[in-house]
Design a binder for this molecule. Structure first.
Ligand SMILES: [Zn+2]
Length: 67
């Protein structure tokens, strides 16, 4: 019997969840997002759902600044 199968590649995982906005690596400073920008994007998305009806526009917010 041969029971020395090689380790599965899924043993290596990315530490921590991914940014819900862009899927990038989350930074402790801006978690659960990767950056302030993505946090703002998500915030605007929430506000948008509250104050206006959702449209079929692509998820490409404009007018957002990094800092
Ligand atoms: Zn992001």
């Amino acid at each position: 019997m041969t029971d020395d199968s090689p380790p599965r590649p899924d043993a290596v995982r990315v530490g921590g969840p991914a940014c819900p906005t862009c899927g990038g690596p989350v930074t402790p400073r801006h978690r659960p997002f990767c950056s302030r920008r993505c946090a703002d994007v998500d915030l605007h998305r929430w506000l948008g759902e509250v104050y206006r009806v959702p449209t079929n526009e692509p998820e490409m917010p404009v007018g957002l600044e990094d800092e």
